[in-house]
Design a protein around this ligand. Structure first.
Ligand code: GLN
Length: 537
């Protein structure tokens, strides 16, 4: 019998519900349970694909090519399993399915309503991801009390009728704010948000208090009393310097023990968190600092490059060094002499992006990195940038367009993929998801991956123009990876440079704290090596 854990949030958003859900996921997985984790997003967009990073942060891409909320990235990094598109449920997906079914006559003439049709569809989707799993963890996006979240709360309340209340656990994550004027932590907002939950028929089993300071026994008693849970079911999640500490923090309070007990699941096996503890130990013992310039369009938005930042940080920890990300708005590099901004950087990373804005500045960054032997890592758009820069400044090619908008260039080095030419819809129409890649024997990438066949995730419309392969090759910019199914160039390496690699895919999605991605690892190692050599001089 599959068990269900629902994680709701109260008082304010951005409380770390996703991290709580992911932490519970890793703890249960490492106690031997088969865990599935699903995010329910109350927005009407079908997926996050067409959402601006300015509003919604990064778009996370799953193996099966869904463009999802960034919380799925946290889930994958914590649980270390590929999470599929079905694990992202949005109001847009739910309504689309219900309306399609209605049009096809699937409701037999009934009046189609939020209750029961929308709430049933939500429950079906939750149950579907639980097939073959012991536990489903479902995070309900937004905050309790939001109008658009109501159908989800109603659905998870009703699910108790389908699967039995004993097979469900409601975990409410709330804020316990510190009021500086009185020097106190306040429980009232928690009481109110739990009341809001109870008003719609959900009595939480567990309360997780996000707070700046420790929530003492007395406060837990009080919260327990007002919210009708035992004080032992009130946990604290104090602000932490690393999200990866949260599973350990929760486990030390016996959080996972109580969850299992409440669900009637055996809790005999302690979770095996040895590698996780080792990772945190390395995190605490990093020495020195490395500066990586992150040259992109959305650098002022903290979450816009979330997976990239995480992947760099994982690699830094594996290399024993603290990596400081230096955000550089690419447009700032377009002024004459502006490349000076990059002088403090030990490495340059150009992440993915869409549109023409800022592209010229990224090309300046690639030129700077190439000419100054600074390690350069280009992800998706970042690879295309390295190619254009090389075409312009090394090969002197006229086909070096300034990327997507420039339709006047004849035979451009980066062009729109054939299958993209007639695409008009923006959502879900790029080359998306995991594709295989054959790595060239003898390439740097072969050494780095220690493999000849890999699989990485994609999200792009443009690609390298294969008619230029030989010309680039002769000048030292070599193809190091090709997709065996479609022939797309996937990896380019500049062999006349200490470390200049561009990849058409998004390796950042595969990095895990305890399993950093080989390319990021090698990138940071190369920068560290050069920094050490400079210091030794
Ligand atoms: N805009 C480029 C393309 O569509 C790069 C996409 C990306 O970086 N994800 O090919």
């Amino acid at each position: 019998m599959t068990k269900y854990i629902f994680v709701t949030g109260g008082v304010v958003s951005s409380l770390g519900k996703g991290i709580t859900a992911a932490s519970l996921g890793v703890l249960l997985k490492r106690r031997g349970y088969r865990v599935s984790i699903i995010k329910m997003d109350p927005y009407i967009n079908v997926d996050a694909g067409a959402m601006s990073p300015f509003q919604h942060g990064e778009v996370f891409v799953t193996v099966d090519g869904a463009e999802t909320d960034l919380d799925l990235g946290h889930y994958e990094r914590f649980i270390d399993e590929a999470i599929m598109g079905d694990n992202s449920c949005t109001t847009g997906k739910v309504y689309s399915a219900v309306i399609q079914r209605e049009r096809a006559g699937g409701y037999g003439g009934a009046t189609v309503q939020v209750i029961p049709h929308i709430t049933n569809e939500i429950q079906d989707r939750i149950e579907r991801v639980g097939k073959g799993k012991d536990v489903v963890i479902a995070e309900i996006g937004g905050t309790v009390g939001d109008i658009e979240g109501l159908p989800y709360l109603e659905a998870i309340r009703q699910l108790a009728g389908r699967v039995g209340r004993g097979n469900i656990l409601y975990c409410h994550v709330t804020l316990v704010p510190y009021i500086a004027a009185s020097g106190e932590l306040k429980t009232k907002p928690t009481q109110h948000s739990v009341n809001e939950l109870r008003r719609i028929g959900i009595q939480p089993d567990i309360i997780v208090c996000r707070s700046q300071y420790t929530v003492g026994a007395e406060l837990r008693e009080k919260i327990g009393l007002f919210c009708s849970v035992p004080a032992g079911a009130v946990f604290e999640a104090i602000d932490s310097d690393s999200i990866y500490r949260i599973p350990i923090v929760l486990h030390s309070q016996k959080f996972d023990d109580l969850v299992l007990e409440k669900l009637g699941l055996p809790g005999d096996n302690a979770p095996d968190m040895k590698d996780w503890e080792e990772f945190l130990h390395k995190y605490d013992n990093r020495k020195g600092e490395l500066t990586v310039a992150l040259v992109g369009k959305y650098t002022e938005i903290k979450d816009a490059y979330l997976s990239v930042n995480e992947a760099v940080s994982h690699a830094g920890i594996a290399n024993g060094v603290k990596v400081k990300m230096m955000p550089v708005a690419s447009e700032d590099l377009e002024a004459p002499g502006a490349e000076k901004i990059l002088e403090g950087a030990d490495a340059v990373l150009v992440p993915g992006g869409f549109g023409q804005r800022g592209v010229e500045g990224m090309i300046v960054a690639a030129k700077y990195a190439r000419e100054h032997n600074v390690p350069y890592f280009g992800l998706c758009l970042g690879m295309q940038i390295a190619v254009i820069e090389f075409a312009r400044n090394v090969l002197g090619l006229s086909g070096a367009n300034s990327l997507e908008m420039d339709e006047n260039t004849e035979n451009p080095v980066i062009y729109l993929m054939e299958e993209q030419k007639n695409v008009t819809d923006v959502g879900g129409t790029s080359r998306l998801g995991a594709y295989p890649c054959d790595i060239t024997a003898g390439s740097r990438s072969e050494k780095i991956y220690g493999a000849n066949h890999i699989e990485e995730r994609h999200r792009h419309r443009f690609e390298f123009n294969n008619s230029y392969i030989e010309e680039f090759d002769a000048a030292g910019m070599k193809v190091a990876g090709v997709c065996p199914t479609g022939g797309q160039v996937e990896i380019m390496e500049n062999v006349n440079h200490p470390w200049m690699i561009g990849v058409q895919f998004h390796p950042e999605f595969l990095s895990r704290p305890v399993k950093p991605h080989p390319l990021f690892n090698a990138f940071i190692a190369a920068a560290l090596d050069i920094q050490k050599k400079k210091e030794a001089k």
